[in-house]
Each structure stands twice: as C-alpha cells, then as structure tokens.
Design a protein around this ligand. Structure first.
Ligand code: UD2
Ligand code: MN
Length: 576
C-alpha cells in the first residue's frame, strides 16, 4: 500500500470574483493527516461533473485583459526585468558548492526578488490580441521534490503577479516527499499569507512527478488544469491565450513557448517561436525546426497556434474534464520521464489537438543534470517509462525504441493492460496515422525495408555511429549485436538512417558522414542491391566500401568493383 498524507492548507481569498464564488476567510485546514489508500488515490474525479465544462464559456464578447502586478517589484534590484545576475569571483567557491544542490545557480536565484519583473517578451501581434470576456478559471498545479525556496516561490509569485485574478482559481503545490527543511512548516506558514488560495499536499513517500501531478489534479477546483514545473516564471499575458484556446475547442491541449531561464545567471532568454516538439528513437523529447508545411497551414502568421507533434511535458493547460476523459496519466510511470510523449501521442491519436501558443511565454530553468535521486537507478526508471509509451502507443515503431536502447528489453514494463484498454475504449488511431498525419517529418520512417545492423562481408565488422554527431564521420567496428549505435534503418526513401542522422557523402571517393536527415534524397540516397549486396550512393554512383586501412575506421565511397569489401549484409542477429 502506498499511503499518502494529504494536508490541505491555507485557503485565503480576499475577494469574490466571477460567478463561481466561494467565500472563505482565514485559514482552513482540512483532511489533515487523512490517509488515502491506493485504490481511491487516483479515482476519476472528472467523471460526470459537467458543471466545470469549458463549453459554457462560449461567448462572442471580447475583452482586453489587463492587470497590474499584485506586488510590484523594486526597480534596480538584481535580476529585474529578467536580467542576468553575476556572482563576484570572491564567492565563487560557495557558489559552486550551492550549485550542486539543485543543479542551478542557487546563489544567483536567492539574490533575485521573489516577484522580480520581466520584460514583455511577446511579439507585437500578440499584444494587440483580444480574448473572450468569459474565460474559465484555472488551477495551477506545481509538483516538486527538493525544490529551492527562491525558485519555487518565484514560480508562485509570477503566477500571482501576472495572471488576471478572476482566472486564477488557486495554486496547488504538491510536495513529493522532499527532505529540505524550508519545504516543511516554513512553507506552510508562508503560503497562508499569499493573496490567492494556495494549497499544499504532500505525498508520504516519493512517488515521482507523474503520480504527484495526479494527486494535485485530484484537488483541482478550476475548470482548467495548468501544470507548471517548480522553477518557472510566467510573463505578461501568459494565461489568457491558453484559456481562450481551450474555450474554442475543449480538446485542445495547449503549451506556452517555454523560454529559458539561465541555470548560470537566471537571465530570462526568449526562445524561438520556430521550434516544435519531436522525439528521437530513444524516445527523448527534442526540439526541431517548424517545417514550412505547418507555417503554410498557419498562413505564415507566427502568432497563431502552432500544432506540435509532442510537448516538452512540464507546462501546459488542459480542460479538467478532458484530462480525465483522455486517461489523465499513466500511473505506472515512476519518478521522471516518458509521460510527456505518452500524453502527446495519446492526445493526437485519441482525437485531441496539441498546440504551442506563441503568444504565451513562460520561462523555465533548464538544467544539464537532474539534481535528485532516482530510486532504483536512472536508466531503469527512464527505460521503464519509455517502454510503456512504446508498448501502448507506438505499434510496430516500438522496434526503433528497443533497437536503439540496448538493455531496454530487460527492463520490465509492468502491467499495461489498463492503458491498452484505454486506447481501445477511446478508439484511438494507430501510430501510423500519427506519423502520416501529424508528424510526417518524424525521425521514425513511415516505410522502411530494414532495421538492424549492417555487416561487411569481407571483414565481418558492422557500421557504427560511434555515438557521433551530425557532420562527423561514420565509423565501423566489430559487431556486438546489441543494437544502439549499430542500428540503421534502410527506408523507402532510400535513406540509411540512425536516429535523426543519415549516411551522407558529397565526394565520389570520400568518407561517409553522418548528417541530419533532410529527406530530400540528394547526397543521402542509397540503393541496396540484395543480390550483389552492394550499397550504391546514387548521386555519385560509387559504392560503400569498408575502411581501407585498419587504423582508420571510416567507411568510404569507391568506384563499384564487386569486391567483398563492398558487400554488405542487412540481416539482423539481435532481437529487440
Ligand atoms: C521535462 C519537463 C518536466 C517533465 C519531464 C519528463 C519541461 C520544462 N519540463 O523535464 O515537466 O515533463 O521533462 O518527465 O517541460 N519532480 C517531482 N518528483 C520527482 C521528480 C521530479 O515532484 O520524483 C518535480 C520536479 O521538482 C519538477 C518537476 O517534477 O518541478 C519536473 O522535473 P524536472 O524539472 O526535473 O524535469 P525537466 O524540466 O528536466
Ligand atoms: Mn524542470
């Protein structure tokens, strides 16, 4: 039994706004110490409660939403207007020490006020937009494990200061079994004094961000759930466009543009509006450039909603009822990872729409490393979560995941019958449909002849990316039969791909390189002759040949001569 201690704290609202007003004063402590068992922990609270449906918010009346910060910041303080903070070199040692606590510059963060100002980063078209006068209210759900005080509270304050009060139902904090003193009583006392209702719930033992979010979502009273990470800063006008879009179509799941708060200086840096979400064979979320196709669909209006194949995962709004209709989250996922792609595939395949709203900007502290523990081991947890995504949603394309991740087969996926049942119940479309209609630019080829290693007949070695990046040479080494760097797909478009790179050559006698796949043929088109076992480079007419000397392991192009050094076997020994 997983036991959760649920502590509701501090409901203080000084004003009665909007139609659905619930007056309360002072501090309300409810359900303190209540123990909720496994079974009803994740009960479906959306269900038939249609009173919260955003459909009732359809209106033609428009409104110019504006609001002043609840607590104005002090001009001239460090980091104001999102500027960088620099720590004097005399304090570098302690700065570096503190960095390790959260994997960001905690000292810089602590110097900046909790309600620092940010500049209005929106493009001009956005500043002129008007939104419906009637918008649903939202509850902000923020989960955290061992978050720093200043980043957590700055997230909260940025919500308070830059959201229209009538749209902000409450802020729900979920402490996922943190071990830091400041997140205990001190936090409980602090949130009581905040000018909007802030509730704090705690998981009794570490449950991971997915189950922590489910706990938070369960207590949501607003019509829309908005999830944020615990180290974010919302900018001017971030909320209205998200809510307005959901009112237009309640099955739209919307994300802001996620800007970058520097982990070194806490400078607020605007991100490009020309990137969208994709993923690679390892099932990592990745940003890629928005294709021309999507720009045309939007009539080249960069301020209009951008349909994205996947979302980063941390920052999005969703109609509360739709969240549950769609199967909330996979509670079989632990700690971190995978839930972002899971929800992305699920939204698209099951009839929803996933968008980035370019008029909404929220900053996030991106880190190079994870600061917290992964009980049971990082790779085991991440592979377990990803396998659940692959097994439930990706049909035969799950092979790419298993082929790319040596060892993934040995990680148990757990019971997935409920999630497969959900897919059935919602009559969700296939992954092929998703690739064809939502993400034709995907790194996962729609049609392919072969997936596996490519072995040279003469020296019995295999092509190997050696983990190198785009622009670097292809390698070759003994065949290990484990997949990973030795897995290639030979596609119907005549590419030989490894993840998002393709074999590429621009010289009839040159080395073969790995270059980001462009899908346009050209230097990336190869013809495999099953009888002759040759791999011919179409542009130059040369053949792929094993490296000529033993100390250089880069495969080359040479005039075709039918020698065994130019013969390749596309047959796999390994199982995925
Ligand atoms: C990204 C997402 C994050 C999540 C993750 C994949 C953004 C900006 N961030 O990674 O939201 O989708 O991908 O899972 O899109 N946390 C817990 N309990 C845990 C571990 C984490 O409560 O056991 C909290 C953590 O304190 C943070 C949130 O979950 O507030 C997200 O974790 P992260 O910041 O480490 O994830 P990030 O930004 O690397
Ligand atoms: Mn984060």
């Amino acid at each position: 039994w997983l036991l959760f201690m649920v502590v509701t704290l501090s409901l203080y609202s000084n004003e009665c706004l909007g139609g659905s007003c619930r007056k309360s004063s002072g501090v309300e402590i409810g359900e303190q110490g209540a123990l909720v068992n496994d079974e009803d922990k994740f009960e479906d609270v959306g269900g038939d409660n249609l009173s919260s449906d955003v459909r009732q918010y359809k209106t033609s009346q428009l409104h110019r939403w504006s609001h002043a910060p609840v607590v104005p910041s002090i001009p001239g303080s460090p980091g104001e207007m999102g500027k960088a903070v620099h720590i004097p070199s005399s304090q570098e040692v302690i700065m570096k020490e503190k960095f390790k606590l959260n994997q960001f510059n905690l000292m810089a963060s602590d110097i900046i006020s909790l309600n620092r100002s940010l500049s209005d980063v929106r493009m001009n078209e956005c500043k002129d937009k008007v939104y419906p006068k009637l918008l649903p209210s939202t509850s902000i759900v923020i989960v955290f494990h061992n978050e720093a005080w200043s980043t957590l509270l700055r997230t909260v304050w940025s919500v308070i200061n830059r959201s229209p009060r009538e749209l902000l139902k409450e802020i729900i904090l979920v402490d996922d079994a943190s071990e830091r003193e400041h997140l205990g009583r001190k936090l409980e006392e602090h949130i009581k004094k905040l000018p909007v209702p802030v509730h704090l719930f705690r998981t009794q033992k570490r449950s991971g961000l997915i189950r922590a979010r489910l706990l938070g979502a369960k207590h949501v009273k607003g019509q829309v759930i908005t999830f944020l990470d615990a180290h974010c800063e919302c900018t001017e006008g971030w909320l209205e466009p998200l809510l307005a879009r959901i009112v237009e179509n309640r099955k739209t799941v919307v994300c802001p543009i996620i800007d970058v708060i520097s982990d070194e200086t806490f400078e607020y840096v605007t991100a490009s509006d020309m990137t969208w979400g994709g993923f690679n064979w390892k099932l990592n979320f990745r940003w890629y450039r928005v294709p021309q196709r999507e720009m045309e669909r939007r009539n080249n209006d960069r301020s209009s909603p951008l349909r994205t194949p996947t979302m980063a995962g941390g920052l999005f709004s969703i109609d509360k009822d739709y969240f549950y209709e769609l199967g909330s989250y996979d509670e079989g996922m632990d700690i971190w990872g995978g839930e972002n792609l899971e929800m992305s595939f699920r939204v698209w395949q099951c009839g929803g729409i996933l968008e980035i709203i370019p008029c909404s900007h929220v900053g996030h502290v991106f880190r190079d490393k994870s600061p917290y523990t992964f009980p049971g081991g990082v790779s085991k947890i991440v592979l377990h979560n990803a396998a659940r995504v692959a097994e439930v949603w990706m049909d035969e394309w799950r092979d790419f995941y298993y082929a790319m991740n040596p060892g993934a087969r040995n990680v148990p996926v757990g019971d997935i019958t409920a999630r497969r049942g959900l897919r059935e119940k919602l009559k969700c479309k296939s992954f092929r449909w998703y690739l064809e209609n939502v993400y034709p630019e995907s790194q996962m080829p729609l049609e392919y002849y072969y997936l596996g290693d490519i072995r040279n007949v003469e020296i019995r070695n295999c092509l190997d990316t050696m983990g190198r990046k785009s622009g670097e040479n292809l390698g070759m080494t003994y065949c290990h039969n484990l997949g990973g760097n030795q897995v290639f797909a030979y596609t119907k478009r005549q590419q030989i791909m490894s993840d998002d790179n393709c074999l590429d050559s621009s010289n009839r006698n040159g080395p073969v390189r790995l270059v980001r796949c462009h899908g346009m043929g050209g230097n990336q088109a190869w013809l495999y002759d099953e009888d002759k076992k040759t791999i011919k480079h179409l542009n130059t007419g040369s053949c792929l040949q094993r490296p000529s000397t033993n100390d250089v392991n880069t495969p080359l192009l040479r005039p075709c001569n039918n020698s065994p050094g130019q013969q390749w076997i596309m047959e796999s020994d390994f199982k995925w």
